[in-house]
Ligand binder design. Sequence first.
Ligand code: BTN
Length: 230
Amino acid sequence: MNWILERHASVDSTNRLAYERAREGVSAGLVVVACEQTSGRGRRDNRWHSPPGGLWLTLLLRPPRIEGLSLVAALAVGAALGVEWQLHWPNDLYCGTRKLGGVLVESRLSGQGCEFALVGVGVNANNSEFPPELVATSLALELGHEVELEQQLQAVLNSLSSYLDRYERKGLGAFLDELRGRCPMVGSRVRYLSEGLEHEALAVDLTEDGALRLEDGTVLRSVERIDLVS
Ligand code: BTN
């Protein structure tokens, strides 16, 4: 993919701005990047803390399918960061018990399939101070030194190019082994909140479409919250 970068010092949300561009008919390959976001968006309408020093970007894609896209994007981002990381299913990157980053895919479907998909990527890079309610880390904290943001951005975009190219040709199935290897929840007990109720169970595998299969056969596709039982 030939990425075309639209850079901003400050925006409310790169996902929101990319949505506007998609509606205006801009082609796939646009990347909206911001030094800071004033209303960064996370999953389930959570706010995403995005001060200067982090990597905040959104890709505009027009893919034929989006099944498992956020998982593949998380693998691609993690592969470019140069730290040991784990996939906190379904869409977060963790270092141990601390959140390093996350991926938020938003899409618009039409009669013909997917009209566009927005892949929002947030990585704590040189921003190392977090509100008390967040259990988070940054690349700088993990590596012991600040990172060169522009280099990190290029590394993330190169990695996304190659993962997304393979995803387009082969689908999610080509990534399942890598996903299993990155996801400590597979083979572990998890505690999750679903429709307001808390449950605990053994997670046994990822399904072909990237959902989490539990020992009793339940398949989790989306949950309010999920954690490893320590
Ligand atoms: C999550 O909830 O774990 C996903 C967070 C994704 C945050 C990124 S930061 C860049 C992009 N713009 C947003 O408003 N959100 C995503």
